[in-house]
Write a protein that binds this ligand. Sequence first.
Ligand SMILES: [Zn+2]
Length: 221
Amino acid sequence: MMKILVMGTLLLGFLALYANIVPAGRQNIRSRRMLGMVRSPIAMVAGLINHEQDDEKDSGQIKSAENDGENVKVRKTEDEWKAQLTEEQYQVARCSATERPFTGKYWNHHQDGTYTCVGCGQELFSSDTKYDSGSGWPSYYKPVDKAAVDEIKDISYGTVRTEIVCSRCEAHLGHVFPDGPRPTGQRYCINSASLDFVEKGTDTPDKTGEKPAEEAKTSDD
Ligand SMILES: [Zn+2]
């Protein structure tokens, strides 16, 4: 048994050597096929080693991309969300509950300013696009920026609706319906509990839980 293994290994070694020494044109088709069979396990081993190195490189790139620029996602543990939010805010923003109509802070709110995410502080809706939909929830015909909200198909309660979440911290905000006013025809029906209000001319509070990205840069000025 050992003899066969040793002979086999020697033969494979010889074939591999032959493949690299003899010019391709001088090998007949049959031996090239055999060499292909020999080469592939060698290539596989070499490939595996290269692949591991690639994986290391890739994970490094992902990490830096996550911390790059404005597309940073805000992720907190459930305990951190509970510590930051009131019970109602937590139920709505993190567990997709819906506040009762005509009970929230902002359905009948008319000041000039910006409505921000209760979880991460991202700017979501402007008072300029707020209108009275009669629903009992704050309603807007568009977000401040399309990138600020993500849409998710919601098939709960036997209906098909489009859920709206904050693109930065994935807080549940509400739903969007195609029965809004001009110019968009959209109705963003949002829970007050998922929002904070920042009066015009006031700074938006930072709720990302991260150190400001500008900190390092400003020291150069
Ligand atoms: Zn958010």
